[in-house]
Design a protein around this ligand. Structure first.
Ligand code: GAR
Length: 201
């Protein structure tokens, strides 16, 4: 079983769905660490309830030196013998130094049907664009923001009367089943990043 570190910044509902999936004996990954850049993030307490080790590296302690912040995170990952990094509501943009270091071994979930609606406020963006369909994507992380090869997506309808909150809730329910499936695929080696593109076997 691959030793996975999950990076969070907030409530950690995706982290919980991954931790639940990883309780199955045949799941190919073990959640060995939950690391937050936000002290007291709600997800940290929920991780402890699963008996998962937690750590905090507060980005504000590094005076805007992003690489120093990432070196500190990298050290925590190394000490915990993490082999694979999963971003789950981690709201810091990473330098190419950190991304290259974990290339092919780091995935993210993004609340839109990439390549549509990169960045933040994706549900608002989808509503303003008049979409009738929206969703979420799991992708390998590359230096360019939200631009990595997509491993899996799930779609939801945009319904009349939807606001950001109702749409976010519908998408989040899909995230919670999509992310464990995608992690199982990469942790088992069925899906890999080879020469910058997705390879399946
Ligand atoms: C999720 O919707 C996730 O897709 C999104 O933040 C939320 C985190 O919720 N991630 C991003 O926007 C990444 N740029 P959670 O903490 O309950 O998992």
């Amino acid at each position: 079983r691959k030793r996975v570190g999950i990076l969070i910044s907030g409530r950690g509902s995706n982290m919980v769905s991954l931790a639940q999936a990883a309780q199955a004996p045949d799941f190919p990954a073990e959640i060995a660490l939950v690391l937050s850049n936000v002290p007291g993030a709600g997800g940290l307490e929920r991780a402890r309830e699963f008996g998962i080790a937690t750590a905090t590296v507060d980005h504000r302690a590094f005076n805007k030196d992003r690489e120093a912040f990432e070196r500190a995170m990298d050290e925590v990952l190394r000490v915990n013998q993490i082999e694979f990094v999963v971003l789950a509501g981690f709201m810091r943009i990473m330098t190419s130094w950190f991304v290259r270091r974990w290339e092919g071994r780091m995935i993210n979930i993004h609340p839109s049907l990439l390549p549509l609606f990169k960045g933040t406020h994706t549900h608002r963006q989808a509503l303003e664009a008049g979409m009738t369909e929206h969703g979420c994507s799991v992708h390998f992380v590359v230096p360019e923001l939200d631009a990595g090869p997509v491993i899996a997506q799930a779609k939801v309808p945009v319904l009349p009367g939807d606001d950001e909150e109702s749409l976010a809730t519908r998408v989040l329910a899909q995230e919670h089943t999509l992310y464990p499936r995608a992690l199982a695929e990469v942790a088992s080696g069925r899906v890999a990043l080879v020469d910058g593109v997705i390879a399946r076997r």
